[in-house]
Design a protein around this ligand. Structure first.
Ligand SMILES: C[S@@+](CC[C@H](N)C(=O)[O-])C[C@H]1O[C@@H](n2cnc3c(N)ncnc32)[C@H](O)[C@@H]1O
Length: 272
């Protein structure tokens, strides 16, 4: 493990001085961002161009993959979508096998690899196989989504903290501190929240949340086909069903698009 850490620091330092950022026989876990290739970090772009093997997830966009070097072998290890699913064990085995063959391996995950990315299982697999690795952050869906609606994740006087939640976990719908989330002014970014919308709504209202709490769902954030659904906690499940979103979507509890808030403020001034 100590050796791994040394290698990680070595690879990272050399990127900054303009040299290679990937090392043969090692794995780089990188975030591809939410889809727009303009949101890639320079480091991940360099890794895409140097990698010999790129194992990528289902939500990594085609535009990002198009930036891979011409010699790179691209393997779709997405765990959902069309075709047979690949198990986590199989993904780990493929990744380790490539690294043991001395390849420069890039494990590309959507958004930021440290957020709902099942990164730790793969880090453990590297450690058990004695493979050194490094982690390259990416822009997470919540950052891209909040930018799309012109809001801040935190705002003085409104919310001094923000929570990242998942709609479901390995056991089913995920449980959270609903009483805390139901308080006025709370902001939460809910990943994988489409199917759990009714469950989340029910739990929050049961714990005293205002039914008119603003909720915004951003589908395909940062991509050409991005859509924004503005609703309230009360209407969330019904509006989601009507919108029939098919792409990845991020649900913001407690945030409305900035323009609609501004429109409301204007209206209030006119009425005053
Ligand atoms: C397995 S999680 C991966 C999250 C990713 N690691 C990140 O940091 O954004 C997949 C979920 O992320 C969200 N997501 C990913 N890309 C998105 C996008 N472009 N627009 C909206 N939500 C997105 C959706 O909630 C999706 O169900």
């Amino acid at each position: 493990m100590a050796d791994n850490m040394t290698h990680t620091a070595f690879a990272t330092t050399h990127t900054l001085s303009g040299m290679c950022c990937l090392v043969s026989g090692q794995v780089a876990f990188a975030g591809s961002g939410p889809g727009d290739p303009g949101l890639l970090t320079l480091k991940v772009l360099q890794a895409l161009q140097e990698a010999e093997i790129i194992l990528y997830d289902r939500l990594v966009s085609a535009e990002v993959l198009a930036l891979a070097g011409p010699e790179a072998l691209l393997e779709n290890v997405g765990k959902e979508g069309f075709g047979p699913q690949m198990s986590q064990d199989e993904i780990c085995e493929r990744m380790i096998a490539h690294a043991l063959r001395g390849k420069k391996v890039l494990r590309l995950k959507s958004g930021d690899p440290t957020i709902y990315g099942r990164l730790d299982e793969e880090l453990t697999a590297c450690e058990e196989a004695g493979i050194a690795y490094q982690i390259m952050p990416g822009i997470t869906a919540a950052s891209a989504s909040v930018a799309s609606i012109g809001q801040s994740l935190t705002q003085r006087g409104r919310n001094t903290s923000v929570r990242f939640l998942t709609g479901h976990d390995m056991k089913g719908f995920a449980d959270h501190d609903w009483a805390a989330l139901a308080r006025p002014g709370e902001v939460a970014a809910i990943y994988m929240g489409k199917k759990s919308a009714r469950f989340v709504q029910g739990r929050l209202i049961m714990h005293g949340a205002d039914r008119f709490t603003p909720v915004t769902v951003i589908e395909n954030a940062s991509r050409a086909d991005e859509r924004v659904l503005e609703t309230t906690l009360d209407r969330l499940p019904a509006d989601l069903a009507d919108a029939d979103l098919s792409g990845p979507a991020l649900t913001f509890l407690g945030l409305a698009p900035r323009q609609s808030r501004a429109a409301l403020a204007d209206l209030n001034m006119e009425l005053a």
